[in-house]
Design a protein around this ligand. Structure first.
Ligand SMILES: *Cc1c(COP(=O)(O)O)cnc(C)c1O
Length: 327
């Protein structure tokens, strides 16, 4: 197998992020619940995309690119972090965002303004239109002598998932230092790259650990995550190949992506009031609510040590009305 040091990587995150046991949540749920604080990755408001961008931006730079283009919803944490990381490294960036949801200057749009990000909205529900617009912008940049690098939504390509294979390794080592082997890891599945990296990392570094992604969008994620696991495994020349049936996904998107759910907001209140940790309505709230539901269903029976990945999302929190939930 290759080493992470065999891949181009820029140092952006403040790593390792903390990992520790949540005493009050553990008592409430009757399990040892640990948290991995990837909301504290150290760029802008933190979050999981920093780990992906360490590999994606380095890949772009190794190819001589000087501009990163990416996409997402109007409140995309990934897009905001792409701009923040590019700023730090002196690269250009263009965020081509869907003009859906809260696109006014709230939440991540305030951060994008502070960063001086070049935001272009596309008024569409279809990512095909967004990618077509990205192609046009790439053409314009090339005509000006730039070399753009396009990152798809969420940075969920094998190069990005490398960051989460490494995060899984980091978390498993931190667990071992505490004398704990995690029976389960629960993470968010939004575009699949984080889940895939964690899944592959667990298979490599802690094969008895089961990884389950909580889907926060209405998509058929198993084949997406399977392909990302296998693609990332190939990059690493790891001895892992998975089938769709090997991938664990629990759907908890409620009424749809980025629509707050009552269980998600209840989970946010629980995490805030019991542990002083803020999770968000789009990703981590629904993910933690999924963990609670799985626990109620007996999914963790006979399994005591559960790791919850806090993947960030603070920027969106201030753009979304949590008093209006749909289920
Ligand atoms: C993007 C994102 C996720 C989902 O990660 P994917 O790799 O896209 O599945 C989870 N939490 C937060 C806060 C995110 O911004």
């Amino acid at each position: 197998m290759k080493q992470f040091s065999d891949f181009p990587r820029v140092s952006l995150g403040i790593l390792p992020t903390p990992l520790y046991r949540l005493p009050n949540i553990s008592e409430a749920l009757g399990k040892n619940i640990y948290i991995k604080r990837d909301d504290m990755t150290g760029v802008a408001l933190g979050g999981n995309k920093v780990r992906k961008l360490e590999f994606l931006i380095a890949d772009a730079m190794a190819q001589g690119c000087d501009y990163m283009l990416t996409t997402g919803g109007a409140q995309s944490n990934h897009a905001m972090l792409t701009a923040a990381c590019c700023d730090r490294l002196g690269l250009g960036s263009v965020l081509v965002l869907k003009k859906r949801g809260v696109w006014q200057k709230l939440g991540n749009q305030i951060i994008n303004d502070l960063l001086g990000a070049d935001v272009r909205f596309v008024d569409t529900d279809d990512y095909a239109d967004v990618y077509a617009e990205m192609e046009i912008i790439c053409g314009e940049l090339r005509a000006k002598g730039h070399k753009p690098y396009c990152v798809p939504v969420g940075g969920s390509v094998p190069v990005g998932s490398l960051g989460y294979v490494n995060a899984a390794r980091e978390a498993i080592e931190q667990g071992a230092a505490l004398g704990v082997r995690f029976d389960d890891i629960i993470c968010c599945t939004g575009s699949g790259g984080t889940h895939a990296g964690m899944d592959l990392g667990a298979r490599i570094y802690s094969p008895k650990t089961r990884v389950t992604g909580i889907a926060v969008d209405d998509e058929n994620f198993k084949p997406i995550v399977r392909d990302l696991v296998n693609g990332t495994s190939e990059l690493l020349e790891a001895d892992v190949h998975v089938e769709e049936s090997d991938i664990n996904v629990f759907e908890n998107f409620g009424a749809g992506y980025a629509i707050p759910s009552s269980s998600g907001v209840a989970a946010m209140r629980m995490m805030a009031s019991k542990e002083g940790i803020i999770i968000d309505p789009v990703y981590t709230g629904k993910t933690f609510a999924g963990l609670i539901k799985l626990n109620e269903q007996g999914y963790f029976d006979g399994r005591d040590n559960i790791l919850f990945l806090h993947s960030g999302g603070a920027g969106g929190l201030f753009a979304i009305d949590i008093d209006h939930t749909e289920d």
